[in-house]
Write a new protein. Structure first.
Length: 202
């Protein structure tokens, strides 16, 4: 079985992100390998899910956009489920205040993440209902709104660390995956979709 080109590209992105995550977190920051199956791979699914969304906005042709979009949605679903399993102070102590509640930054991050997933599901439903070959959504610019919510999710989650010199020193100058993903989300919003079969949802 030969995967479509779009899925091969996302698989390549996933392998590259996996290699980078192993380097940054396990080899440089000495995160125990016990956390590889869930903690580390969760980061990979998150980035590949985002890459799929960006591809679904920028690619030319309904079929190509759908291949990117469905693969991205699947990876995003896996990311959400893994995150729910990991969401404890033992894994993400910085997300919690001394009282045991989420910090305000974490609440904003999670709220933006939930909105992003909601937009993504809205985009899926509209795509499946649309009969025309020239439109994959009933909502103009919905893909951009999804990417904006994702960018906010990332900046509230990791923004403080991006500006922390100690974090950069501990990682030996390797940027956090959240920062790289934030750049990808911004690029996905800024770049112009392919001209063929222009989609108002983009």
């Amino acid at each position: 079985m030969i995967l479509p080109r779009e899925q091969r590209l996302l698989l390549t992105v996933g392998l590259a992100v996996l290699a980078y995550a192993v380097l940054r977190y396990h080899l440089v920051k000495s995160v125990p390998w016990d956390h590889f199956p869930l903690y580390t791979t969760n980061k990979v699914f998150a980035v590949v899910g985002l890459a799929g969304l960006v591809g679904s906005r920028l690619a030319a042709g309904r079929e190509r956009r759908q291949r990117y979009g469905f693969a991205g949605l699947w990876c995003t679903t896996v990311h959400v489920l893994m995150s729910l399993l990991l969401m404890t102070p033992n894994y993400f102590g910085k997300f919690y205040s001394k009282s045991g509640h989420f910090t305000w930054q974490t609440e904003l991050s999670m709220a933006a993440g939930v909105l992003g997933v909601g937009f993504l599901l809205w985009l899926l439903i509209a795509t499946l209902k649309t009969e025309t070959q020239k439109q994959t959504s009933l909502v103009p610019c919905l893909a951009r709104w999804t990417l904006l919510a994702t960018a906010l999710h990332l900046v509230f989650m990791g923004g403080a660390g991006w500006l922390n010199r100690d974090d950069w020193t501990a990682a030996k100058g390797l940027p956090a995956i959240t920062l790289l993903a934030f750049g990808l989300a911004l690029a996905g919003m800024a770049l112009k979709p392919a001209a063929a079969e222009s989609d108002p949802a983009a």
